[in-house]
Write a protein that binds this ligand. Structure first.
Ligand SMILES: [Zn+2]
Length: 623
């Protein structure tokens, strides 16, 4: 209705979405800060102040008042097992962000009671014992007590899994089951499995046991994936580079994201990699793929980016820091053939490598091929992880035009890494500043979902503070990065790895309309609050894919979580400890804090650090 001369009128080039009254960090050196921007047909059409975008507001434009909040380019996790994570998301109980084992076990007990016969309760990574007030794992007895009849599988990092009695029965492990290669089934006095599985050092025992659990039907996988992508949008993620992974077969396990892409239902842009699954058959797999698909195939929502993070199984080092570094056998023969085949066909790749010992051997192969003129120029090949890479290796990577992607695996394993390799080595794990000083592209990510949580703010906190989720600072100031650099590692650097640096990772006219309106200003919030940042409004290609607080209801609709007994339907994903939200949630959080204080008090009393008060509570307070 026209009021006071303000007549809504058809505007030429009217924006679909305008964000105004914002503190925009554009990531664009030519205009680092702005107050408003406009998006049309998925692309940014204006960046400036409120007056600049006002003429682009038409009757159909969605105008978002950021209320002075910080807006950043959409985040890009450069190493996320997002495809596999999506296929299983609604089946998993997440302990990500849970601060006590007591709370974790209470969630598990409640979920077991909601879980129908034949299904499991599974906690598959995203947490570490160090994040709990109790600083320990659950015991098999505690799992039996919480879930007497429902199989429970709890994965802790790449190190171990705890199973209850019902899960041992479901997988059929008995006194006669031999230990698999590189793994250990821990046994009690009578030789019966006691519920603990150890990676010694191979995590294959953990994953192959988990693979015996029920999976979702194809239609449910689509819904599960959509919910996982929206959970990632909740933290401001708009892109990810999938690192493929074990038990992720091409093309079968890529069908879900492919269908969602075809239907326009992806809410996260995914660049994916192909990873040969079967030892001994890697070259056959790579040959088949090279003949049938090409890197770059797809579009800005779903695109093939190359091979990896494994090329041949024998070259993979295990990142189980609770165990000694594995000694790899002679793998160079097959590995060289694989890399040669890829480079000859113009394929880029990413390569999982944890230790410098592995990286040096890989580099020797690359240098040999480079001497033949085979190695690709530019940044379309990279090492993943590289926790103990040496400066000499970094120089060799730079000389070959490679890049790196680092993840906050030591947010979760920093303590165990330090115990094994010492404070000095941990301070350099990985040597992020040495990488950046050489001008290398260094993209950040999480390696979620099986060790690290997918929450990017936990990773950004690790980058700037050097701290683990348990609290200690492992990396000293000289190996930390400032907040703007950390954010660039989470935005522009990932775009370089997929060749999208001209359209992704910065908020500039002509680039993708991918952004997040943050709950707190990443640049000014106290450092310890960084892990608690969430996005209040996430936009991907001009679509609002997440909206909370004042913006609730502005986002695209999403069908309810299915099946209805899913842990996600009850608990959601990452356990938020943000203030705000509903009154019920506030009361719940308060109850948790009180219970944790009491737990901590008892712990102190038990160690003689405090005495039992004669009267624990003021009677007036007690009721
Ligand atoms: Zn890896």
């Amino acid at each position: 209705m026209p009021v006071g001369g303000l007549v809504p009128r058809a505007v030429e080039n009217a924006a679909d979405v305008v964000v105004r009254n914002a503190k925009i960090h554009t990531g664009d050196a030519r205009r680092p800060q702005a107050g408003a921007l406009a998006i049309r047909d998925g692309l940014i059409t204006a960046v400036g102040d409120d007056a600049d975008v006002a003429p682009l507001i038409g009757p159909a434009t969605t105008v978002v008042d950021a209320l002075g909040r910080r807006v950043v380019p959409g985040l890009n996790d450069s190493h996320l097992h997002v495809i596999r994570g999506g296929l299983n998301y609604v089946l998993e109980l997440r302990w990500d962000g849970v601060t006590s084992l007591r709370e974790g076990l209470a969630m598990l007990r409640e979920q077991a009671a909601r879980t129908p016969k034949g299904q499991w309760v599974r906690v598959v990574g995203g947490w570490s014992a160090e994040q709990f007030a109790e600083r320990r794992l659950p015991t098999p007895a505690e799992l039996n007590e919480a879930a007497p009849d429902t199989p429970v599988f709890v994965l802790h990092l790449y190190q171990s899994a705890v199973l209850n009695r019902a899960a041992l029965q479901a997988v059929g492990y008995t006194r006669d089951t031999p230990d698999p290669k590189g793994g250990q089934i821990v046994r009690g006095r009578g030789g019966e499995p006691n519920g603990m599985l150890l990676a010694a050092p191979s995590a294959l025992i953990l994953y192959s046991t988990l693979a015996k659990a029920p999976t979702l039907a194809p239609e449910e996988r689509k819904s599960s994936t959509r919910h996982f992508l929206r959970e990632l949008n909740r933290f401001g993620l708009t892109s990810a580079i999938d690192a493929a992974g074990g038990f992720q077969n091409f093309p079968e396990n890529y069908a879900t994201v492919t269908e969602l892409a075809r239907e326009g239902l992806l809410s996260l842009r995914i660049a994916y990699h192909l990873f040969p699954q079967t030892p001994g058959q890697e070259l056959d797999d790579l040959t088949r793929w090279i003949e049938s698909v090409r890197p770059g195939d797809g579009d800005e929502w779903l695109r093939l980016n190359g091979a990896g993070e494994n090329l041949t199984w024998a070259a993979a080092d295990f990142e189980n820091f609770a165990e000694p570094r594995p000694e790899l056998g002679g793998y160079e023969g097959e590995f060289e053939k694989a890399v040669r085949m890829l480079t000859e066909h113009g394929w880029g790749f990413r390569l999982h490598a944890t230790y410098d010992e592995t990286i040096r051997r890989d580099l020797a192969v690359f240098e040999k091929l480079a001497a033949e003129g085979l190695f690709p120029a530019g940044n379309r090949w990279l090492f993943d992880h590289a926790e103990t890479v040496s400066r000499d290796s970094l120089d060799r990577i730079a000389a070959l035009g490679g890049a790196l992607s680092v993840q906050n695996r030591l947010s979760f394993q920093g303590e165990v890494f330090t115990r094994r390799y010492g404070v000095g080595a941990a301070a350099e794990a990985p040597p992020i500043r040495a990488m950046l000083d050489r001008g290398l592209t260094v993209a950040a990510g999480t390696d979620a979902t099986r060790v690290s949580s997918y929450n990017p703010w936990v990773a950004l906190h690790w980058l700037v503070s050097g701290r683990t989720v348990g609290g200690p600072a492992i990396r000293p100031p000289q190996n930390r990065v400032d907040r703007a650099t950390a954010l660039a590692m989470y935005t522009t650097a990932g775009a370089v790895l997929t060749g999208e640096q001209d359209v992704k990772g910065v908020l500039r006219t002509g680039c993708y309309g991918d952004l997040a309106v943050l709950s707190d200003d990443f640049f000014t919030v106290p450092e310890h609050e960084i892990p608690h940042i969430e996005s209040l409004l996430t936009v991907v290609g001009g679509r609002i894919v997440h909206a909370a607080a004042e913006y609730e209801g502005l986002d695209e609709e999403l069908p309810a979580v299915s099946p209805a007994w899913s842990p996600v339907a009850r608990f959601g994903g990452y356990r938020s400890h943000r203030s705000g939200g509903t009154g019920a949630r506030q009361a719940e959080l308060l109850g948790e804090v009180v219970a944790e204080s009491e737990l901590h008090r008892r712990w102190r009393v038990g160690r003689g650090l405090a005495t039992e008060p004669s009267q624990p509570f003021d009677p007036c307070f007690l009721l």
